[in-house]
Design a protein around this ligand. Structure first.
Ligand code: AHM
Ligand code: MG
Length: 339
């Protein structure tokens, strides 16, 4: 056990790097990791108890909610509300943002946005899923109730972001803007332990991840890029390998470690794609940039997009720097979209 650094030890150690830190963000990350452990416990029981299947309700996106979606949403909301470090939360599962009006929460500095259970269509089939979160400093005055502007901030203003992946092992990966670190849940002690310090994504990769079923509806630039990935070329190790789990967190995590690109482009019937700017794209963009990679909507840097509403969608091209730049160049060339 010696030499093992737990997430709480690591966070406390890092806090000492910021002389004026009050510990609020550290405590908030602790609250999130607690929620991650609670969700993990439930995810692992899926199938054993009456936890699989839909609740019979739909969320704001019109998608049917899985029981675990609702469970994860509640677990996170409870953990951050009772932790007292955030003054409000917005979640993919709730139409409106939620102000927390206890005295302690009103005084809190941060807001949180999250996708409580990403890749939820994979729950029933025992495939990796994840939780994604994004933290901002509030814009409203401390003591007031939060308002919509607290949640419509650009990704560049994130204070921290991260994800928990419930896979062959459970991991928490986060950044506060000083690199990316990954922690694996050691179930015997119930703690996340540092397993992937200072994560960096290779500049180039050999994996491309896209739902090829939608390729006919994509722009020519994306189609040309996928064609290029499949061509044979010894020098650039092509053809590349196609890997698509259909759980963003899992596809992203693999590409972060191995090098690769994940793409969810706009398609004819949904020009902004599927993924949500504030719950999925921004938090993963912060992570990938901190690891040396790139995240783009095809034209713009994801983190510079000014959100206009909660639940906004944007196309997403994320991963190894050179791969993202190549698809951006093809989009510019073939789709002639104004920058
Ligand atoms: P969700 O948040 O409702 O689970 O949807 C997001 C998921 C991503 O995890 C995944 O990459 C994508 O949707 C898969 O979509 P598709 O089935 O269209 O390929
Ligand atoms: Mg999602």
């Amino acid at each position: 056990m010696s030499g093992m650094v737990t997430l709480s030890e690591f966070i406390m150690e890092r806090q000492a790097d910021f002389p004026y830190a009050t510990g609020d963000l550290s405590r908030l990350l602790g609250d999130i990791s607690l929620a991650g452990k609670i969700i993990n416990h439930q995810v692992n029981k899926a199938g054993l108890h009456d936890i699989l299947g839909t609740v019979g309700t739909t969320n704001i996106q019109g998608e049917s909610q899985m029981k675990l979606d609702v469970y994860a949403d509640q677990a996170l909301l409870n953990a951050v509300r009772w932790g007292g470090q955030v003054c409000g939360a917005a979640s993919e599962e709730n139409e409106k943002y939620l102000p927390f009006d206890s005295e302690m929460c009103r005084k809190a500095k941060y807001v949180i946005l999250f996708d409580p259970l990403d890749g939820s269509s994979n729950i029933d089939v025992n495939v990796s899923i994840g939780t994604i979160f994004s933290i901002f400093r509030r814009k409203s005055a401390v003591g007031d109730l939060v308002n919509i502007n607290d949640f419509l901030q650009r990704g560049v203003d994130q204070v921290a972001s991260g994800y928990v992946i419930y896979g062959s092992s459970t991991m928490l990966v986060y950044t506060t803007g000083h690199g990316v670190n990954g922690f694996t849940l050691e179930s015997s002690i119930g703690e996340f332990c540092l397993s992937h310090p200072n994560m960096c994504i290779p500049e180039d990769g050999k994996i491309y991840s896209i739902n090829e079923g939608i390729l006919n509806g994509c722009g020519k630039g994306v189609q040309e890029y996928v064609k290029w990935c499949k061509e044979s070329d010894k020098e650039s190790s092509r053809p590349y390998t196609a890997r698509y789990i259909g759980s963003l967190v899992a596809d992203f995590h693999r590409n972060l470690i191995r090098g690769g690109i994940y793409m969810y482009p706009g398609i004819t019937k949904s020009p902004s794609g599927k993924l949500r700017l504030q719950y999925e794209n921004n938090p993963l963009a912060f992570i990938v940039e901190q690891a040396g990679g790139k995240a783009s909507d095809g034209i713009r840097r994801i983190m510079e997009i000014q959100p206009k509403e909660l639940h906004e969608r944007t196309p997403l091209f994320i991963g190894s720097k050179n791969m993202v730049e190549r698809v951006e160049a093809l989009i510019r060339q073939y789709e002639q979209v104004e920058a």
